[in-house]
Design a protein around this ligand. Sequence first.
Ligand SMILES: Cc1cc2nc3c(=O)[nH]c(=O)nc-3n(C[C@H](O)[C@H](O)[C@H](O)COP(=O)(O)OP(=O)(O)OC[C@H]3O[C@@H](n4cnc5c(N)ncnc54)[C@H](O)[C@@H]3O)c2cc1C
Length: 492
Amino acid sequence: MRFEQADSIQRDGVVHADICIAGGGPAGIALARSLANGPVSIVVVESGVTDFEAANQALAEGTSTGDPYDVGTTRARRLGGATSHWAGWCRPLDAQDLAARAWMAHSGWPFGREVLDPYYEQARPLCRLTDGPFELGPLLAHPTAGVEAMIVNDVVTTAVYRLSPGPVHFGEEYRGDLEQADNIRVILEANVVDIAADGSQSHVEHYKIATLAGNRFSVAAKFFVLALGGIENARLLLASAPAGGVGLGNRHDLVGRYFLDHPEVTAATIVCSGRVPPNYLGGRPDYVRTVLAFTPEFLAEHELPATSFVFEPYPWDQSTDTDTRVSPTDVAAVLRAVEGGESLPYSFAMRCEPEANPDSRVTLGQARDQLGMPRVQLHWRLGPHDRARFRTSLDEMARELGIRGVGWLRREPTSFGAENETYFYGAHHMGTTRMSEDPALGVVDPNLRVHGVDNLFIAGSSVFPGCGFSNPTFTILALTLRLSDHLRALVT
Ligand SMILES: Cc1cc2nc3c(=O)[nH]c(=O)nc-3n(C[C@H](O)[C@H](O)[C@H](O)COP(=O)(O)OP(=O)(O)OC[C@H]3O[C@@H](n4cnc5c(N)ncnc54)[C@H](O)[C@@H]3O)c2cc1C
């Protein structure tokens, strides 16, 4: 219907809607868009505008007290959220990522992959992914797949990603759809600073909104959705407490705990024997990338978490979106150099699934932001078994590559558990409002409703109880489209 600036809304006024969505990142946009031009009135309140604005972005600053983590730059306070600078890697979670695994504490989603499958299909066009398979089998017939170089056996498999062309910036791509929908109002530079609930804290009455210019108003709705990202969802719940309270939906002290991200490290250099699996298969528009992973059977037998490995001899320049995809000439040149005795180490990077750890958590700091909200404090910690498991995974992959004659690995001094360990993260904020049927074990139920609050739902990776190695946004979108069906049935 229209985009409005929050400062144009009447001071202390109340805006009404059937559903109010806080946050205009991919989750909030996908949810609003899926309900466009229907009978349900929607208000989206978004902190930013389409472009980067330093004052809005400053609201995302916080501190990190655990393993090094940049809370500010891994988030984007603008329409489209972090898709303004994401890399566009898309892949569903694997079935075993959702299963309860005895060796992974706190693992297991309340439903299986089959529940998400139809929604993954609906999520594809949102990221402009082509129709090709995520499974390797049909790709092997692809003329440029380099089949002979792929590794698929009892131990190792090759996992397929599809890359969002562009990649799609949800704020730019879908702004027009939201503007044209006759049932949607988007209010920009509107910051939700409080979730105002009734006396029993079991029913949300309105979102309180504040602007940097000093305006204040509320949005009242039948149903409320938090889609603020994996850190901010927890921050707002924790901050929304009557004096002395523990935070909304936080009766069991779970909000903010179990923060997950994908630890990433350049684990080793590999000296290749000449059989390097290609990273890229095919070219645009069928934009595909592959990584090495272990088979589910191997992971279960060795009680290991999900891990992906990637050779990085030919970087893809994300800043210029230049496809420096390996060309046959490049490969030949490199291999000739290796065979000629030149030491050409390829980096061998791994991305891992950490165990959900209650002590890895988001809390509220003492400092306050420009709107008076407590700044976020992140304490990111790997679980007690994670490092040993990551090392074992690397050893097992090294053994396999050696047996297959692909090459041999030399562990990097910066790898997990090594002397100069330096690991990074995917900027994937997950787990802080985890999903469980049991209110004592999760913040939201399997329909993403906050336990104990009858009209508050959460969209985003904060609801993930575990994370596999796949990047999260494709699963965020699938869950959000499932939530959309649920809300539509509730409201109409
Ligand atoms: C550098 C980088 C690369 C990435 N690459 C990939 C990738 O290749 N593949 C992948 O799957 N994922 C990737 N991600 C992660 C991906 O961007 C996130 O998973 C995704 O953006 C999360 O979507 P969201 O809508 O839940 O949250 P966000 O994108 O964080 O959006 C939240 C929205 O809420 C708004 N907001 C925040 N607080 C308030 C408030 N109080 N009131 C109102 N509005 C508010 C924000 O302005 C923002 O628009 C990457 C992230 C980064 C940083």
